[in-house]
Design a protein around this ligand. Structure first.
Ligand SMILES: [Zn+2]
Length: 460
């Protein structure tokens, strides 16, 4: 009798944080779990204006082995100038866990015939990115949205998406039923955000299915954590302390898709009688996300506490025609540098690093505040970090580092594995896969350290 076989191949997310690209094959059924871009993607060969040519499709990427040569995965157009022959799709579907770029970006290369399954909220994020960012195009796909409670059948495989808490809404883990056993994939997740209950739901379901294998993220699987990390609630409390103790301007910066953080800062503004000033991009994203009622986000067009900051463009006179069509939608909520300057004690403004030149026009009073609600820099030589501090010093602003990570810490990862009790664990999305083995040595489960591109048979 021929026994069924299930295999896993990791094309990304191995010895690196992000860039997850995992192929699951069960007999003749193949699905991709995420297809994201690595953080250091192409940096050995491309820099600044030396960039891969769009006209060459995947050719410039294959030259340096930046993406795997898999038959039946990519579109005809992308393969036109490569030595990989186009064939009809051999991959049945791609599943995206959440909308972070290190999990989704490379779907742009996929054959449009391959269905892309993603959370309903994740689709809104992708649409928003495509519409507001000039360089973002995920390509044509047959998108199929799911929610927790759905079970998606793809030939021999059934995928059950279950919500988790992460630093972007609409994040999911997957419970995957194959012909030889059950596989759990965590995606990215945490327990200290504002929706811990979602992750708990996922872990309960993952345990109940008595999984054979677990693919587990390990972003914070480190010997010793050096960077400061708070819970979401603590970020909100500490931000509130900054705002409630000043009558000066407060600026805040956070990851654009972290809507929990947006909500925290928005709540702090409201409870201190201030209004929040957001960029047209954030306003556009919010106006998309209000379509998903479960996210419970304010509508920027209706909420009186939300104002939209317009920079001077082209004519310099804030003429409608100076702005993109999608931006014009928010002109009724427009504030300019002049308004912000005159209302410093009544506002909190979202200001990311790349918009710092606005400070020259706004001219905040000395002693104003800047809440950096993002990860601390990864290295001491981080140039952007130095430049940011130079600007803050120049304008005499006070700096506050207040951030909650999107990921479980080391002991929480160990607790997760203990709770779920898989027979085998494949660490992914980590620079320290080896630490899994050390941290889990008292458990009954086997830690398998994947090599990039190697096929692992798991169903035997
Ligand atoms: Zn993520």
């Amino acid at each position: 009798m021929v026994r069924n076989q299930t295999t896993l191949t990791f094309y990304g997310g191995v010895n690196e944080i992000g860039g997850n690209k995992i192929l699951l094959q069960d007999e003749d059924t193949k699905i991709l779990l995420d297809f994201g871009q690595s953080f250091n993607f192409g940096t050995d060969y491309f820099a600044n204006r030396l960039a891969p040519r769009a006209t060459n499709g995947l050719g410039d990427y294959f030259e340096f082995g930046l993406l795997p040569k898999i038959r039946g995965l990519y579109s005809r157009e992308q393969l036109a100038y490569t030595d990989l022959k186009y064939t009809e799709p051999t991959i049945n579907a791609a599943f995206l866990s959440h909308a972070h770029f290190d999990h989704v970006t490379h779907i742009e290369f996929l054959d449009p015939e391959i269905p892309v399954y993603l959370g309903a909220g994740t689709k809104l994020f992708l649409e928003s990115m495509e519409e507001t960012s000039g360089f973002c195009d995920y390509g044509e796909h047959k998108y199929c949205t799911f929610r927790t409670g759905d079970k998606v059948k793809v030939d021999d495989i059934v995928v059950e998406p279950v919500h988790v808490d992460h630093s972007v809404p609409a994040a999911y883990g997957f419970i995957i039923y194959t012909s030889t056993g059950t596989l759990v994939y965590t995606g990215d997740l945490r327990m200290h955000g504002s929706r811990k209950d979602l992750t708990e739901d996922f872990l309960r379901k993952a345990r109940n299915c008595e999984p054979d294998w677990l693919i587990c993220e390990g972003t914070r699987m480190v010997e010793e954590e050096k960077r400061k990390n708070y819970s979401e609630r603590r970020v909100q409390k500490l931000s509130d302390e900054v705002v409630s103790s000043t009558r000066k301007m407060v600026f805040a910066t956070h990851y654009s898709r972290d809507m929990d953080r947006f909500r925290s800062i928005y709540s702090v503004a409201k409870s201190n009688g201030r209004r929040i000033v957001v960029s047209p991009k954030t306003a556009y994203l919010l106006s998309k996300l209000v379509k998903d009622e479960r996210l419970n986000l304010p509508d920027p067009l209706k909420d009186e506490d939300i104002l939209v900051y317009f920079k001077r463009k082209k004519s310099g006179r804030f003429d409608e025609k100076d702005y993109y069509v999608w931006e014009r939608h928010f002109m009724g909520k427009m504030v300019t540098h002049d308004f912000v300057h005159k209302n410093q004690s009544k506002l909190i403004m979202d200001l990311d690093f790349y918009q710092f030149t606005e400070l020259i026009d706004i001219r905040p009073e000395r002693g104003s505040h800047f809440v950096h609600s993002m990860s601390e820099p990864f290295s001491e030589e981080d140039i952007e970090d130095q430049v940011m501090h130079n600007w803050l010093d120049h304008f005499g602003m006070q700096f506050h580092q207040l951030h909650a990570s999107g990921h479980l810490n080391r002991s929480q990862i160990v607790d997760l594995v203990k709770h779920v009790e898989p027979k085998q664990v494949f660490p992914v999305h980590t620079e320290n896969a080896g630490l899994f083995a050390e941290s889990l040595r008292d458990l009954q489960c086997k830690v398998r350290l994947a090599e990039k591109g190697r096929v692992y048979t798991i169903g035997q």
